[in-house]
Design a binder for this molecule. Structure first.
Ligand code: HEM
Length: 391
């Protein structure tokens, strides 16, 4: 069985391929890409726990090529200690659980506003109308983007994400470069303005963050702002989309959830385990490492498949079953260790609010006969659009 994340049939449903890999080829070299896919829970976990063996330094270069929006500074997700330790400490000061919790009323207001626009409609598109705009508006406000600039911000964000997906045409590339240039100019101005005129936003918090008399320089702040866009928008959109798809495919679970919305947080964790937005990560070996009885030489590029680890029967019993009341402890959908997702609490909160508000507004929702098309990405998985019929 040939596994390659570029193949349309794999994109459509990668899970039978992961089952095959876990059983027959737990360290598997992907033809054409050269990466070695790791598919078993213990091996993926080992890779994420050992950044000194599995470096993140080339992650972004592998995804973005020369389209890196901020080549002047290392990106948090694409660097190793000690750079990573220093950056993460500073970012943690700006992105605290308290700040995230304080956003709840505003996130709800944004979600309600989007859902209010659907009033009276018998059909709408979950992705277009709710799950895509919600995280973009939230992060735009957090970063201090003026509401009149939001459409530009969305365009830059979409283009930069397209670049990370490595699935664009020559025409796209020209536009992506223009968007990157506009994005840089806009946020360089915002960063400069926040230094002299601080506000209640994340950009100000990043500019001011200080640890042992060290601060982030302008490029590091810009690099972090870019990462927040890239890492947080499409992933959260896909979490909401994948959860809706899983619930539509499992009507008994949908019924259970509607009967007891206090299960929403666990249903979110189960979605992350069962069909997470991030399928795999990228690492590069710093020395020879034996993994799954294969010795991989230094510099090998590794693709730890977190979505496969999350379906590993050795870790989760009845792993192929979507069960919103199961114990999901230990899933790797947000990664693990030093690079553990900075925005995990924000993503969970946005998804929870989206489902609470949807269920509150629509007593019943159903899918349509239209086949689901998936986003074009090597790493991210979710529906491009998701038409729903409302009752
Ligand atoms: C359901 C939604 C999300 C998923 C599934 C997800 C998944 C992940 C994963 C797997 C990693 C680890 C990367 C690695 O080890 O190489 C990561 C890191 C990261 N995520 Fe998320 N993410 C989500 C939402 C968000 C949001 C909303 C934000 C911020 C607005 C965010 C910001 C980040 C950042 C900054 C990192 C890098 C952390 C570091 O390298 O120290 N993510 N995310």
């Amino acid at each position: 069985m040939e596994y390659n994340p570029m193949l349309p049939e794999v994109k459509e449903n990668p899970y039978p391929y992961y089952t095959y890999l876990r059983e027959h080829a737990p360290a598997y070299q992907i033809e054409g890409l050269g990466f070695w896919a790791l598919s078993r829970y213990d091996d993926v976990d080992f890779a994420l726990k050992n950044p000194s063996l599995f470096s993140s330094a080339t992650f972004l270069a592998n995804m973005l090529g020369d389209l890196n929006p901020v080549p002047e500074a290392p990106s948090l997700v694409s660097c190793d200690p000690p750079d990573h330790t220093r950056l993460r400490k500073l970012v943690n000061k700006a992105f605290t659980p308290r700040i995230i919790r304080s956003l709840e009323p505003r996130i709800r207001e944004v979600a309600q506003g989007l859902i209010d626009q659907l009033a009276g409609k018998s059909e709408f598109d979950l992705v277009h109308d709710l799950s895509s705009p919600l995280p973009v508006i939230v992060i735009a406000e957090m970063l201090g983007v003026k509401s009149e600039d939001r459409a530009d911000f969305k365009r830059w964000s979409d283009d930069i994400i397209l670049a990370t997906n490595r699935m664009f045409t020559v025409g796209d590339e020209k536009r992506i470069r223009e968007s990157i240039a506009e994005f840089r100019t806009y946020f360089q101005a915002v960063i400069a303005a926040r230094r002299t005129d601080p506000r209640e936003d994340l950009t100000t918090a990043l500019v001011q963050a200080e640890e042992e008399e060290q601060k982030l320089n302008e490029w590091e702040v810009l690099s972090l702002l870019t990462l927040l866009l890239v890492a947080g928008n499409e992933t959260t959109t896909n979490l909401i989309g994948n959860m809706m798809l899983a619930l539509l495919d499992h009507p008994e679970q949908m019924e259970k959830l509607r009967a007891d919305p206090s299960l929403i947080p666990n249903a979110i964790e189960e979605t992350l385990r069962f069909d997470g937005p991030v399928q795999g990560l990228v690492r590069q070996l710093t020395q020879d490492v034996e993994i799954a009885e294969t010795t991989l030489p230094a510099n090998t590029l590794v693709f730890p498949l977190v979505a496969s680890a999350n379906r590993d029967e050795r870790k989760f019993s009845e792993s192929e079953r979507f069960n919103i009341t199961r114990d999901t402890e230990g899933h790797l959908a947000f990664g693990y260790g030093i690079h553990y997702c900075l925005g995990a609490q924000l993503a969970r909160l946005e998804a929870k609010i989206a489902f609470e508000e949807l269920f509150g507004q629509f007593p019943a929702l159903a899918g349509t006969d239209e086949p689901v098309t998936r986003m074009e990405s090597l790493i991210v998985r979710g529906p491009k659009s998701l038409p729903l019929v409302a009752y």
